[in-house]
Design a protein around this ligand. Sequence first.
Ligand SMILES: C[S@@+](CC[C@H](N)C(=O)[O-])C[C@H]1O[C@@H](n2cnc3c(N)ncnc32)[C@H](O)[C@@H]1O
Length: 290
Amino acid sequence: MYKELCFLSVTSSNPCGHRRAVVTCAVRNPVPLNRGVAAATVGAALIAGSLVPWLDSLPPMPVLVKTAQYVVSNPQSVFSEDYDFDSIYMDERVLLIGKRPVLIKQLWGNPSETSTGVVVWPAGEKMSRYLSTKVPRAALNRSNVLELGTGTGLTTIAVEKLGAKVTCTDGDPRMLELAKENVRANGALKNVSFRQLRWGVEEDMKPLESTSWDWILGADITYKEGAWADIAKTISRLAEKKTKVLIISQRRGVDDIEKFLKTIQEHNLECVRNTHTPAEVYMLNICDVK
Ligand SMILES: C[S@@+](CC[C@H](N)C(=O)[O-])C[C@H]1O[C@@H](n2cnc3c(N)ncnc32)[C@H](O)[C@@H]1O
């Protein structure tokens, strides 16, 4: 039913700047992006922003009036079987994570960006939806979360909204800037800190050792075989017995996932692939057996 919906999202505040509204209208794809639709959406957001008292309780968001367009795969499912690869070309996407629209700026095609993290990958979408819809809220609320290879920051935003305290990391400082921009735009800055973490690099891992991590999350970080040992080293170093490590990978070779699991096992970590899907996205649950 939700397949191939486009969403127009508008955020507004009333003149006092206190009440904010996010109005999302679902329309059929292709969206008729004409002035009438835009005016109606903006109008609805303005009225809702000044009339609905509970909007006061929403976290602060920058006052922006934007229209963004996106295509979602069925939000009832955590799998993106029909992920629309055209979405990587969009400068902005609005993704429905749980019941929440999340606005993400992307930098695809920007010649100065060399990281793969410039767009939301299917595994990142799946990670955010999985945590928002399938994991009990109590498991994330007030938990200490470390995200590896954040890219645009989508997973960090999703778990912050679920009450977690997040350390958002990437090896590329530019991705940290992009993630910060997206985290701020979604009003999630309060419980998020940003830090460069290059997998396996001693000086980056050391300061993170003093925190007892409840979760370590990594979406689409296993795409380079050369980085597997460093990812395993990082997890092995920072995870404790209680830490839930969730890596969501996209299969890119015939047996790349199995080989990654082998590397993980060589570092004394036990892996359970707890979900197998017809889609190209696999979820790995890695349990520390040290
Ligand atoms: C394919 S992107 C995934 C981004 C995001 N998690 C998602 O699923 O949309 C991989 C991310 O890992 C980061 N990365 C790549 N190699 C890394 C390394 N050696 N250390 C830390 N981060 C790295 C990249 O900068 C990029 O942001």
